[in-house]
Ligand binder design. Structure first.
Ligand SMILES: *Cc1c(COP(=O)(O)O)cnc(C)c1O
Length: 359
């Protein structure tokens, strides 16, 4: 075992004896199916993050009375590391993920992780597992930092001990075909005052039942609407939403705090403005979408997220109707935005935003 001091953090490194990489077929990646050789762990004890370590990827053991299993203090992040044609490995907006992680942590009464520990741990882990970053078009290494309560007790209160971990999984794009979505008008993902803006594990558990019903009806995903009236569009699965109506890009605003503030969403807003498009962040009603469709002004709809990138939506189902979107090749605006953001991530377009860090 190796003890390394990187920046101001000590990280012990225990390397795996063999690599599982040769078992992975790069052209046949399924999201979340394979994990890289190593993982990072840090434990929160007495108000401090200690025992920073990189070890072979493997099981962890927990007491059945560990409070995370009962009350769900668990949060995560999702980010990607890209390998360009030049062979360089790039991180995209890594500190923005660290910041959002700590916003989620605060809402769930969990301790913050210092942003530089988050970044140092991730870079060291990727340094060790860099061969796991696929260099096929559209592929990347998906990185999953997460934190769980780690204390043995069954009282309902915030834990005093936590575990922070990072695991990595080689990924192709999430949706292989244009997405069919359905407007949800019964169930809700998040209400004002709730935890919708946090990447809290429980949000995803709560979404599974309504999502399953939508799947049974032949949709990939549903479009959440506001919890009060089911009138305004929010987001979809693990993606934010954007529409092109009459040449304007419109996306639900974050003001209600019921929507996860996506880094892809934020990046696309900035890129779109710089490409000269009008972007509006505001409330969007389902009626507005239906009207725009009837008037022939509904040009595009797409999902935005790290896992899914820019995911074209093929159709939006509502009550008894359906909004059918134009063929992908006609969607000039989102195709251009998609090319630009990918170009930045893979180092083919200059990053004028300060979003990229190279390994
Ligand atoms: C992660 C996530 C997104 C997308 O955020 P990105 O930072 O772009 O990956 C959108 N909605 C939900 C519910 C999410 O969990």
């Amino acid at each position: 075992m190796n003890m390394l001091t990187i920046d101001k953090y000590e990280i012990s490194i225990q390397k795996a004896n063999t690599s599982k990489l040769k078992e992975v077929i790069p052209s046949d990646l399924t999201f979340g199916a394979d994990y890289s050789d190593h993982m990072f762990t840090s434990d929160f004890r007495d108000g401090e993050w200690i025992r920073n370590r990189i070890e072979p990827f493997g099981d962890i053991s927990l007491s059945p009375a560990n409070c995370v299993l009962h009350y769900g203090q668990a949060i995560f992040e999702g980010m990607k590391v890209y390998k360009g044609k030049d062979g360089k490995i790039r991180f995209f907006r890594l500190y923005d993920n660290a910041k959002r992680f700590n916003i989620s942590a605060e809402r769930m009464c969990m301790p913050a992780i210092p942003e530089d520990l988050f970044a140092t741990a991730l870079k060291e882990l990727i340094n060790l597992d860099q061969d796991w970053v696929p260099n096929l078009e559209g592929c990347s290494l998906y990185v999953r930092p997460f934190m769980i309560a780690d204390e043995v007790f069954l009282g309902v209160k915030p834990a005093s001990k936590y575990k922070f971990m990072i695991i990595c999984s080689p990924a192709s794009s999430y949706y292989k075909e244009p997405v069919r979505v359905k407007i949800e008008n019964k169930y809700s993902r998040a209400a004002r005052g709730g935890v919708g803006y946090a990447k809290a594990a429980g949000n995803y558990a709560a979404a599974m039942y309504p999502s399953n019903l939508a799947n049974k009806d032949g949709f990939h995903q549903l479009v959440w609407t506001d919890a009060v009236e089911h009138k305004y569009v929010e987001e979809s699965g693990t993606m934010n939403l954007m529409f092109v109506i009459d040449n304007k890009l419109v996306t639900p605003s974050l003001e209600s705090e019921t929507i996860l503030p996506g880094i892809t969403r934020d990046s696309v807003i900035k890129i779109s403005k710089d490409l000269g498009y009008d972007v509006e962040e505001r409330q969007i009603s389902v009626d507005e979408l239906i009207q725009a469709h009837h008037n022939g002004l509904m040009q595009d709809a797409f999902g935005l997220g790290t896992a899914a990138n820019i995911a074209p939506i093929e159709s939006i189902g509502y009550d008894d109707g359906e909004i059918l979107l134009p063929p992908i090749e006609d969607r000039h605006i989102s195709n251009k935005i998609s090319k630009t953001i990918s170009g930045i991530k893979y180092g083919e377009i200059a990053d004028t935003y300060g979003w990229i860090e190279e390994l």
